[in-house]
Design a protein around this ligand. Sequence first.
Ligand code: PLP
Length: 231
Amino acid sequence: MGIPENLAAIRERICNAAAKAKRDPQDIKLVAVTKTVGLQKIAEAVSRGILILGENRVQEAQRKISNLKFEISNFEVEWHLIGHLQKNKAKYAVRLFDLIQTVDSTGLAKEINIHSEKHGKVQRVLVQVKLSDETAKHGTIEKDVMSLIRSISEMKHLALEGLMTMPPYFEDPEMTRPYFRRLRQMRDDVEKAGFSLPELSMGMSHDFEVAIEEGATMVRVGTALFGERTQ
Ligand SMILES: *Cc1c(COP(=O)(O)O)cnc(C)c1O
């Protein structure tokens, strides 16, 4: 199946899930995850209406953004960083990304803030939350979320828009529902403390319907759009 068919199928799945949850499908943004995907395919996705591209590595994104400059120059696309960011790469991330979805420590937030100021921008960010105890996953643990959010809210060159999570992988998407629900609850709790966090980035190719039912405003979809990754 080609990108147009895949995209149509994804949009239909988004609409069905939104209908089931009595939500407006317009409130759900599709982030096309382009890690390992070639330039031609990315350009095609953009020409078919993709507005947001998600990359998980700074260097790979840098190469793609510069190589695609002319091909997609007629389109207004956003680039999101969805992979872990090392502090020493914050400088580059600030130049490349419209939204950094993976802020998980005060140290990293500070570093992004410093480079955003130097670069004359206010960097949009999400806080990545780790809801499981898998040691390999990045993200701030639940009990540290509130203090990280308070710190970020004092940084003048950061604009915090919401929360992101990447639950453990389960074959059965129903198994991820408690994680998505927990992120939504945390968001609601943080909002009760007076912060505005409209965005919830959660759900991937095989489980985004469940995420949408639980309140996702951004779904990050790679395989379902571009096919299986070869790497
Ligand atoms: C790769 C990746 C995705 C997309 O995964 P698919 O299963 O291919 O849709 C989403 N989010 C993050 C953080 C990723 O690294």
